[in-house]
Ligand binder design. Structure first.
Ligand SMILES: [Zn+2]
Length: 337
């Protein structure tokens, strides 16, 4: 994802908060203070189905082992042998599942590259689909460093593999869940040289276009993206580009599991894999803890390593995603988009 939007958000906050600013807007009248930006307003309150059943199961240690396995392959930029090995590793953990490969060639500023999205489908009894997604590639400009993206890409790819374990062999009494390991999320040239959104999100954009054309998006009830949530110091951001009512469901899920203190204390606008779905009116939420290390020093640096992560963080987000699906299953009808 991109830091540029983050910078814009921080600047906006600073401008709004700056005392004595010459351009400070004046309230229209003492009783009508200026409206807060929409993303700073409280999450919408919803009537949600009652809590049901025990918390979702999630094997945090097994998920952490998957992170270590993925990281061991080394940097996995587009077009590399390591990337191919990680594709095979993910596929090997999904043997016997209903898997769809979406393979195409992406035109990037540095040439044509093969892109490989992997989708595992776990059918439910209800008509509709919930998508859980994570990218698995690492940043191309960092390909000749020791950068392995333990948090950025590996943690969430591992989290989805563990969710697959939990879904496998248990018929879902609810919507189908599709797990998406999408490829080529990262930019091919540095953000400083080109706008992030003109050189990124290649894999997920291809899937969104394909699923728009074949009618899948009409059946998609929610798109839930996980990114950079392995951080041992877990503070999942409230993303200003996500669907507010779906964030309310996520927050309620976190609250039911006792994890709400890890969610939404900070609001940031995120450019990430959910945007192609947001643009196509699919309710979408990005679960991301973007600030990684003091001053974000671990993000997109060789310091993004396994020792910064915690199995507990994987468990918190994994079980909140499963609880979110369980609540969505019972919400009838779902709020309008
Ligand atoms: Zn990244």
């Amino acid at each position: 994802m991109s830091a540029l939007k983050l910078l814009a958000g921080v600047l906006l906050t600073l401008i709004l908060a700056a005392p004595g600013c010459n351009n400070e807007p004046k309230p229209q009248s003492p009783s009508t203070p200026p409206a807060a930006p929409a993303y700073e307003s409280p999450l919408p309150s919803l009537t949600l189905p009652p809590d049901s059943g025990p918390p979702p199961a999630f094997d945090a240690d097994r998920a952490m082992q998957y992170v270590k396995d993925i990281v061991k392959f080394g940097p996995r930029p587009l077009g590399s042998a390591n990337h191919k090995q990680v594709e095979e590793y993910i596929a090997s953990r999904l043997k016997g599942d209903q898997v769809e490969d979406d393979v195409f060639a992406a035109d990037t500023p540095v040439g044509k590259f093969p892109v490989h999205n992997i989708v595992a489908k776990f059918p439910g009894t209800k008509d509709g689909i919930i998508i859980f997604a994570s990218h698995y590639d690492t940043n191309y400009p960092l390909r000749n460093t020791s950068y392995v993206g333990a948090n950025d890409g590996a943690s969430t790819s591992a989290l989805l593999l563990e969710i697959a374990n939990q879904l496998r062999g248990k018929p879902r009494d609810g919507y189908s869940i599709w797990l998406v390991w999408d490829d080529a999320e990262e930019a091919m040239i540095p953000d400083t040289e080109r706008p992030f959104l003109s050189d990124s999100l290649y894999g997920i954009t291809h899937l969104a276009e394909k699923w728009e054309a074949d009618g899948t998006l009409k059946k998609t009830k929610a798109f839930v993206l996980a990114d950079m949530i392995g951080d041992a110091d877990l503070n999942v951001d409230r993303d200003a580009n996500s669907t507010p009512w779906l964030q309310s469901v996520v927050y309620e899920s976190a609250t039911r599991l006792g994890y709400q203190s890890h969610f939404f204390a900070r609001t940031l606008p995120m450019d990430d894999d959910h945007l192609p779905f947001v643009k196509r009116d699919v309710p979408s939420v990005d679960l991301i803890d973007f600030l990684y290390g003091y001053n974000n020093v671990f993000w997109h640096t060789p310091q993004d390593t396994v020792d910064k992560l915690s199995p507990k963080s994987l468990e918190i987000v994994g079980s909140v995603m499963l609880e979110t699906a369980r609540i969505l299953d019972k919400m009838d009808p779902l709020p309008p988009k």
